[in-house]
Ligand binder design. Structure first.
Ligand code: FAD
Length: 468
């Protein structure tokens, strides 16, 4: 596998390594373990690490179809952001009411700090910088919306140390964004190199005695058994942590659907470009119309990704190819980058890549364990997984160890899981919903008035917004 095509982060790791990073051996003979984890992205890795920290004698085996960090965990935008899919109303309804929704939000905020702790404890060199996130408003409608959302935060007990509205001069002092009118700022976000985080977590798991098999695709999961083409792992608990790739496992085709997205990374900026940019705080940056996420990396590049200009779902839940996304997508993100920072026109793009994130039918993450069968499932972050995967990993630890804890009482634990519609309904539905949202988004941008098409599209998809 040419891992340098997976993402800028993988490309950098292979360059630093001086060539292809060797892969771990596959599972070739049957094994027994206490816990078998299918998928070695953040979810699987945090689950393993937390289990091994809590009970060092446990035998924990991870099986990955590709390499640890192959999926979204090695390809993301690196914002360890305290956002969680599902609105406050959604989480309140899932059980526990308003207090549970607030506890959930506080738990994700705490996860941003937890990620930093793990990175420090395990000595992972991935440029963790806890500098917050700014969501820039470039239209009066966006500015009104962000002001209102900060006011709503106050009604839910979140103070200026959590979120605040930055006036135009304040955001421009931080980042020189063309057309900025203001921004919603949250202090609960850190930036990292997502690839190095995934690789560092895998190495930490191994240092603590966990075993990772790569090129070991699990074909089916049975009670207390994960089965690959060559051999199986028998374990008291088997956790599926395959996120957007879950369709590859028999019987899991309708549990999580992949949503396609892409990213670009620029060359290292010059001193002059950085002087004009004024982005010295390296906070994460989000924008709307279309949705964009940007990072000013610790080695002074910009990465940009967000909503692709293509339909984000492929027939049969096909995963993304490990290849550049093509001209249309590249031009889209480049245009958006230059709209934000016109003085960067001409900056070179050094890497462009595709990835998928996973959505459950509820558009909200979960940590589930059925003790009767030993089967666990974890994930469903819809593109906001860097902090929640740590929370979910710690929750899976408590569930597996049979500990009642604050985490197992949160409403992401053991919800009823629903399935997506069979094909061709998924494909047809996603096309219609995507078109409604795209037209609504363009209309809202043109008229500066809220579009009902976006609300209708979200409602049809079952998407209720997010916490944080
Ligand atoms: C381009 C992009 C940008 C993103 N940016 C951000 C961001 O800035 N902030 C944020 O919070 N979130 C972001 N996300 C989302 C975040 O990266 C994910 O939510 C998170 O990485 C999910 O981790 P995971 O371990 O659950 O899944 P993954 O990292 O996808 O891991 C799943 C693993 O399962 C393995 N696998 C698949 N099938 C099998 C099988 N049959 N048998 C064994 N193993 C299998 C895969 O090889 C893979 O390693 C982004 C996602 C993408 C794609």
């Amino acid at each position: 596998m040419d891992k340098s095509l997976l993402s800028h982060w993988w490309h950098k790791m292979e360059t630093a390594h001086g060539g292809p990073i060797p892969e771990r051996p596959p599972l070739t003979a049957d094994e027994r373990a206490d816990v078998a984890i299918v998928g070695a992205g953040y979810t699987g890795l945090y689950t393993a690490l937390e289990l091994l920290k809590a009970e060092p004698g446990l035998k924990v085996v991870l099986l990955d179809a590709n390499v640890a960090g192959y999926g979204a965990s090695g390809r993301n935008g690196g914002a360890v952001i305290a956002q969680l899919n599902g609105s406050r109303e959604f989480w309140a309804k899932r059980g526990g009411g308003r207090d549970a929704a607030i506890a959930m939000e506080r738990a994700v905020q705490a996860a941003v700090v937890e990620v930093g702790k793990v990175i420090t404890e395990e000595g992972i060199d991935c440029g963790y910088a806890h500098n917050g996130v700014a969501m820039v408003a470039r239209t009066p409608l966006e500015a009104d919306r962000f002001r209102a959302s900060v006011e709503e935060d106050r009604r839910f007990g979140f103070g200026p140390e959590d979120t605040r509205y930055l006036e135009r001069d304040e955001i421009l002092d931080r980042i020189n964004i063309a057309g900025a009118l203001g921004a919603r700022f949250s202090s609960h976000c850190a930036s990292v190199d997502g690839g190095r985080l995934a690789r560092g977590l895998a190495e930490a798991v191994e240092r603590r005695g966990g075993v990772i098999y790569e090129s070991s695709a699990v074909l089916r999961i049975e009670p207390r058994r994960a089965v690959t083409a060559r051999a199986s792992v028998e374990a008291k608990f088997v956790v599926r942590a395959t996120e957007a790739y879950s369709e590859s496992i028999k019987g899991q085709e309708r549990t999580v659907v992949p949503i396609h997205t892409s990213m670009l990374a620029t060359e290292v900026l010059t001193e002059d470009q950085m002087r004009q940019l004024r982005w010295s705080g390296h906070e994460a940056l989000l924008a709307e119309h279309p949705f964009l996420h940007l990072q000013f990396t610790s080695d002074n590049r910009i990465t940009i990704g967000g909503d692709d200009p293509r339909v984000p779902y492929l027939y049969g839940s096909a995963p993304s190819p490990d290849a550049p996304p093509g001209r249309k997508v590249r031009d889209h993100y480049y245009r958006e980058l230059i709209k934000l920072f016109p003085f960067l026109d001409g900056v070179e793009i050094v890497d462009e890549w595709q990835g998928v994130f996973g959505a459950t039918k509820d558009w909200a993450p979960n940590a589930n364990l059925d003790r009767a069968t030993g089967l666990g499932v974890a994930g469903g972050y819809v593109g906001e997984g860097l902090a929640p995967s740590n929370l979910v990993g710690r929750t899976m630890r408590d569930l597996i160890l049979g500990r009642e804890s604050e985490l197992t009482r949160l409403p992401h634990t053991n919800p009823r899981l629903r399935r997506w519609e069979p094909e061709p309904l998924r494909y047809l539905g996603s096309g219609v919903i995507w078109a409604a949202r795209a037209v609504g988004d363009a209309k809202e941008h043109r008229t500066d008035k809220p579009s009902r098409l976006i609300t209708l599209g979200n409602r049809a998809a079952g998407f209720s917004g997010h916490l944080g």
